[in-house]
Design a protein around this ligand. Structure first.
Ligand code: M6R
Length: 614
């Protein structure tokens, strides 16, 4: 998730772009850059925050049209070369999103003589646009108009994008376009903005046009025109928004946590985007530096993590064992670092940490070095400390997470674990093409199913409000749903301060049943699967103690209604994938409970987003 901006008007553009980028910094802040159009394209970029960019801008930088970018790296480490804008000849481009088919296009353009300097997917857009405008790398005469060239470029690229672009041979114009990535046009007094969110230009104008998918915008000082990909002119309505800056950063949501819960349809999609092939049931994980032979030699997987990442790891254990047939242990970072593990070169260690900076996880993975084992880091932060300590680094593509309670990074970690488990299973011959295809097809449906859950959030809110005054809350699940019960309890306790615990259903009678009495709320994750009947019998045990049971169950499950007090619904999916959906329900339950209790949701007491000390 990056921030993009573009400006066309009559003011000096550089200070405006800098001001807008500062407002977008919360979307990403590992590097930044801008291009000013003034007879030529003048581009400045640097690693670090926007104040670093300000330092390198010449005082006399003149021009009234420009584009800018603040980056949260997905392809390529944070570096000046990888930061945007990316240029090709007289064209400059900034981009938010992921181009899935950039590799074959890059290879073709390289054969045509285009020189790629960065590791990014975005550079492909700049060179492809140049080739469509001029026909070849050396040509100086155009073969089409700038907008025609962009239209043709967009027809060729796959993935998601919000783009702004300028070209010095088209001096009075900026073009913008979007697909599956937000783009909003701000309309001021004889001036126009194009940005990835309204926060960027809110202090300049509140009049906006929301750009739809597969639309292009041609912005000149005299006005903004909207087109579809076939060149048809579109009529757009202007809207006036009443958000202040703080509300806009949260895209109108009351808290970052709620915004981040809602971003999961996108972040889950972005994390698997470009990596699945349903045709042959394969997973393409370029980042995994392991040969098929090395994968076949794995005798044991050791997962190390803390907090929510640990709960993702516990789901991973079920996946690696059930799908790939590899014995897997999961350890808490702070425990593992002081243990004497039995490991050798056939052990694979996987560290999971959204921040990449958790001290205990870092120390634990470093201690694995002495065993000569292969290591993988799963993290959301490009260039974070963990990336220097693992043989392979797989990035989740959730974008920056501001709320202390991890939400979208958890589901993105789960997606990465599914990809790894399927990749390992295929290499070891543990699942056939059809089983793999079925999982991948169902995984592709998850973003839409998450959206369905989000659309029904009012039922979850009603339920949360009903139980918001309780002192204790219990969560039960079995098999893959056991770690989801732990995660549901962790979410609830950290933001609502209600005492909450998660149990494996079968363990209830070994102790926890003593805590359950008249009226205690118990959340039972009861999605359909091979342990469904078992969780039903746990629910009956709980009801016999007169507790109140809230079930998380499939949409078509009528049976469950006979035994419980509330049902929170999730769409049906492959049993292995159901944690991705049940989790979203539990995140919303925690959120609305904390909201009803008036808690400080984004910054809970005593907790930090990243625990960088022991
Ligand atoms: O950055 P990490 O994933 O390593 O962080 C681990 C935990 O500190 C983190 O998951 C914590 O438990 C969250 N507050 C949970 O919401």
């Amino acid at each position: 998730m990056c921030g993009i901006i573009g400006y066309v008007g009559n003011q000096e553009v550089a200070p405006i772009i800098v001001d807008c980028l500062k407002k977008l910094e919360y979307r990403g802040y590992d590097s930044a850059g801008l291009t000013v159009l003034n007879g030529k394209i003048e581009t400045y970029k640097t690693v670090g925050k926007i104040k670093e960019l300000e330092k390198i801008l010449p005082k006399d930088l003149k021009g009234n049209i420009g584009i800018g970018h603040t980056r949260w790296a997905t392809h390529g480490v944070p570096s000046t070369i990888n930061s945007h804008p990316h240029n090709s000849g007289d064209i400059s481009v900034v981009h938010n999103g992921i181009i899935e088919n950039y590799l074959p296009i890059k290879e073709r353009l390289q054969q045509e003589g285009y020189d790629f300097v960065s590791d990014t997917d975005t550079e492909v857009i700049a060179h492809l646009l140049h080739s469509k405008l001029y026909g070849s790398v050396d040509s100086k005469s155009k073969i089409s108009s700038f907008i025609e060239a962009l239209r043709s470029t967009l027809k060729e690229i796959e993935g998601s994008y919000a783009i702004t672009t300028v070209c010095s041979s088209e001096p009075g114009m900026m073009l913008a376009a979007r697909k599956d990535s937000p783009l909003i046009i701000g309309i001021g007094d004889n001036e126009y903005y194009a940005a990835s969110d309204v926060t960027a230009f809110l202090s300049h104008t509140k009049d906006v046009v929301f750009v739809d998918d597969l639309n292009l915008v041609m912005i000149r000082p005299e006005g903004a025109e909207f087109f579809d990909l076939d060149g048809n002119v579109l009529k757009k309505e202007k809207t006036t928004i009443d958000w202040d800056i703080e509300a806009a950063e949260k895209a109108g949501y009351e808290h970052f946590m709620l915004k981040e819960i809602h971003e999961q349809a996108t972040s889950v999609h972005d994390t698997f985007s470009g990596k699945l092939s349903e045709l042959d049931g394969s997973v393409n994980l370029e980042e995994l530096k392991m040969s098929n032979e090395e994968i076949r030699n794995i005798e044991r997987i050791e997962i190390i993590a803390c907090g929510t990442s640990l709960n993702a790891g516990l789901v991973g254990k079920y996946l690696f064992e059930n799908v790939a047939g590899i014995h897997t242990d999961v350890d808490i970072g702070s425990e593992f670092r002081y243990s004497n593990p039995i490991m050798d070169e056939n052990t694979l260690s996987i560290a999971i940490t959204q921040s990449g900076e958790t001290a205990d996880t870092l120390a634990a993975i470093r201690s694995c070095r002495s065993y000569d084992c292969n290591t993988i880091a799963i993290t959301n932060v490009v260039g974070s400390s963990i990336t220097r300590d693992a043989n392979s680094v797989i990035y989740t593509r959730a974008g920056p997470e501001i709320g202390v309670a991890a939400t979208k990074t958890f589901t993105a970690q789960l997606v990465t674990l599914y990809l790894l488990a399927i990749r390992f299973a295929r290499a070891r011959g543990m699942i056939d093409v059809n089983e793999a295809k079925d999982l991948l097809v169902n995984l592709k449906r998850v973003p839409g199913q998450i959206q369905t859950i989000l659309n029904h959030r009012d039922t979850i809110r009603e339920c949360a409000e009903m139980f918001a005054k309780e002192r204790d809350y219990f969560f039960v699940g079995r098999h893959l749903n056991y770690p989801i019960a732990l995660e549901g309890a962790l979410k609830l306790k950290e933001i609502s301060y209600i005492h909450a615990e998660g149990f494996a259903g079968g363990e209830l009678k070994h102790g926890p049943l003593a805590l359950i009495d008249d009226g205690t709320p118990v959340v039972a994750i009861a999605t359909k699967g091979h342990v469904y009947e078992k969780i039903l019998s746990n629910i009956k045990e709980i009801k016999a103690r007169e507790a109140r049971v809230i079930a998380v169950a499939n949409e078509d499950d009528r049976e469950i209604e006979k035994y419980v007090d509330w049902v929170l619904r999730v769409p049906a999916t492959n049993e292995l994938l159901s944690p991705l959906l049940s989790t979203v329900v539990l995140q919303l339950l925690a959120y609305y409970t904390a909201l009803a209790r008036g808690c400080s949701i984004d910054k809970p007491k005593n907790l930090a987003k990243s625990v960088t000390v022991e």
